[in-house]
Design a protein around this ligand. Structure first.
Ligand code: XIL
Length: 667
């Protein structure tokens, strides 16, 4: 079923900058949909949710030297196989001379990125140095044991390194054992020995047999099946079977992949896709991309359908560093990212098959409407614009600003996820231009909108609308020298920034002059004369300097001060019941040094309390405040002299509060 693979790749080939350049010039790369890295859920996230790993074969040079390579490597994958760095010629180029620089580099990267490592490969006929190949049987077996125990032993306690390809490619296409130096020197026993040595070096690692053209059910895969079955019957520690899965669109898809995985799984072993790539005949076309994507989909689906399939390793991820063009003449473009690290349909296919909704989106949002400015102040402006539309969805807007009414350049001053933005920190009486542009989740940006010019206030331009007139002030806390004023706030199209407080002497006539400002709706005036009347007005301002009309005036008379003034008050609850109480006596005392002719006691009456009786005073209630003035017969008090008054209050039967906060003033 599966056509013979072109087997010209056994000799090790390394990529050089030269070969990459040669490829680019040899194949005229068609312009296909090359989008920036799409904002899709990473493959590793999706695969983990399915209980599978998704990995790639790592090449040490780009891993060390290319940030773009590393970014995809760590973002998209949770498993790594060393493409070459753990092979015998890399780790033990001459007898007992070890080099783990590349292997360690990859393991360290994996540890740093929470990825697992599959060790590849211990015993293989290819990429094994000549000194091994020339050994006699005894020396070769012991070289194999030494190599396995040293390489596997090095990482046995590293939790990231979880599995090994113990033997690789031991079969011919017809199912007989490959006529390799291993087999020819040691016979098939080298296979069982290799597994036992590996188990001894790391009892916890999963130990695999790996091969190509074993994806479908055929003579080679059946030979492998029989070998695994017989090894396990002899308690040889074979834990997993690797299907390399180097596919080519011109040879068709091994449609019994899932069925083949399932029969191996029934032997009790784990299966895994170890070296997936799907090459096409050059040149690349979108039709071939589509077929390739379908193959990737099929492989993912097969692995998802077989519980024993642990995961999938792709043999690289970018066409920039694929073994295919070096190995198979006129073939290439086998991987899910192109040579510029842009995702291809194959990526979308893998992502989708793993349950993602990748956004392979290259269409930019429409240009937003020209912004309109509102709420212009001396330091800020609010911009609004007509929203952009997008084939997938607008994810946000960039807000750009340039100085002045012309010239200068636009720079980004903010972002917004809605079609409005408030800029702040501007200079007063200064012009700015604003543009906006839209983004989508894939990073596509629209053209910038037309510009709106905004001039901040502060120089007589912009906001010309004054705040509304404040309410008439009310006075409280009147003393012999001060008063607190409060008023109902003004409103403004932009915003009230403060109030001016104006005062005039007497109860009429004279003129109002500003005595203070307030940013709230109250103001305390001080330094007044005792027993003196004043009138107060307020007016509101906004940031642009617009001023409202003045409010109506309130007249305030300070209490009697000086050496002769002063009174104190005490109050007692004489009796109370559900629904009412009596305050008696309320005692007023002249605490001054001269006679007083009258007094005023104020107190707080809780909400829902009503005055129902009073004696020896004249009590009025307004807005929760009771004001008791002397009766005409008990206002005059000599220094130290006291008088009393009282009152009765009704309240709700569930309320046990009483009047409180008694203060006394003269007169
Ligand atoms: C390949 C590498 O990708 C190349 O860089 C190298 O030159 C040759 O080997 N089967 C395997 C892999 O088990 O180790 C091979 O990797 C591809 C075929």
């Amino acid at each position: 079923m599966t056509p013979p693979r072109v087997s010209v790749h056994r000799a090790r080939r390394r990529f050089t900058a030269l070969t990459v350049l040669a490829l680019v010039s040899t194949f005229a790369l068609p312009v296909l949909s090359a989008s920036p890295a799409a904002a899709a859920t990473p493959l590793r996230t999706l695969a983990a949710a399915k209980g599978k790993f998704i990995g790639f074969a790592a090449a040490t040079s780009p891993l060390a030297n290319e940030a773009a390579y590393r970014t995809i490597a760590q973002t998209e994958f949770n498993q790594i196989t060393a493409e070459n760095a753990m092979k015998w010629d890399a780790t033990e180029p001459s007898d007992n001379s070890w080099n783990f620089s590349g292997a360690d580099q990859i393991v360290n990267f994996a540890v740093a990125n929470n990825q697992v490592v599959h060790g590849h490969t211990l015993v293989w006929h290819s990429q094994t140095p000549g000194w091994v190949q020339g050994l006699g049987a005894t020396a070769m077996r012991s070289a194999m044991q030494d190599h396995i125990s040293t390489v596997v032993g090095r990482y046995a306690s590293n939790a990231a390194v979880q599995s090994w390809d113990v033997v690789n490619e031991v079969f011919e296409e017809n199912g007989s054992f490959r006529s390799s130096f291993w087999y020819n020197t040691l016979g098939q026993s080298f296979i069982a020995d290799a597994f036992r040595y590996a188990r001894a070096a790391d009892p916890d690692a999963k130990l695999c047999i790996n091969d190509y053209n074993v994806e479908g059910i055929n003579a080679k895969s059946t030979a492998m099946y029989n070998l695994v079955q017989s090894l396990r019957a002899q308690n040889v520690p074979v834990d997993c079977v690797g299907f390399q899965t180097h596919l080519a669109t011109q040879y068709g898809f091994p449609s019994d992949l899932q069925q083949n995985m399932a029969r191996f799984a029934a032997l009790g072993v784990q299966v895994r896709v170890t070296e997936l790539d799907v090459r096409i005949l050059t040149p690349r076309t979108s039709a071939k991309d589509t077929v390739q994507a379908q193959y990737y989909t099929n492989v993912v689906n097969a692995c998802l359908a077989v519980t024993a399939c642990a995961g999938i390793t792709i043999w690289g991820f970018t066409d920039k560093y694929s073994w295919v063009p070096d190995t198979f003449p006129s073939e290439g473009f086998a991987l899910p990212y192109d040579s510029n690290y842009a995702v291809k349909p194959a990526y979308t296919a893998i992502n989708t098959a793993l349950g993602g909704s990748p956004n392979n989106d290259t269409q930019a949002p429409t240009t937003p409407g020209t912004p309109t400015a509102s709420g212009v102040t001396s330091s800020g402006v609010t911009l609004s614009w007509t929203a952009s539309t997008d084939n997938v969805g607008v994810s946000g807007y960039d807000i750009l600003r340039a100085p002045g009414t012309s010239g200068g350049s636009f720079t980004q001053v903010g972002t917004s996820t809605s079609a409005t933005f408030s800029d702040t920190g501007l200079s007063a009486n200064t012009s700015y231009r604003y543009q906006v542009r839209a983004r989508d989740a894939a990073g596509n940006t629209s053209a910038a909108s037309s510009a709106v010019t905004v001039t901040t206030t502060g120089g007589g331009t912009g906001d010309t609308q004054a705040p509304s007139t404040p309410g008439t002030p009310t006075a409280s806390g009147v003393t012999s020298s001060g008063v607190t004023l409060s008023w109902t706030a003004s409103t403004d199209n932009v915003g009230v920034t403060g109030y001016d407080i104006l005062r005039a002497p007497g109860t009429s006539g004279g003129s109002f002059a500003q005595v203070g400002t307030s940013t709230t709706t109250s103001f305390s005036d001080t330094g007044l004369s005792a027993s003196t009347s004043y009138r107060y007005q307020v007016r509101a301002r906004d940031a642009a300097g617009n001023v409202s009309a003045v409010s109506s005036a309130v007249t305030v008379t300070t209490t009697g001060g000086g050496t002769g003034g002063g009174c104190s008050v005490t109050a007692a609850v004489q009796t109370q019941w559900n629904g009412g109480y009596v305050i008696q006596p309320v005692t007023v005392t002249n605490t001054g040094t001269s006679a007083i002719s009258g007094w005023t006691v104020t107190f707080t009456l809780p909400s829902g309390h009503a005055l129902v009786g009073q004696w020896n005073g004249v009590i009025t209630v307004s807005g929760g405040t009771g004001t008791a003035k002397n009766a005409n017969y008990n206002g005059a008090l000599a220094p130290g002299q006291s008088t009393t008054f009282g009152f009765q209050v009704s309240r709700s039967s569930s309320d046990n509060s009483t009047a409180s906060g008694f203060t006394c003033a003269t007169p």
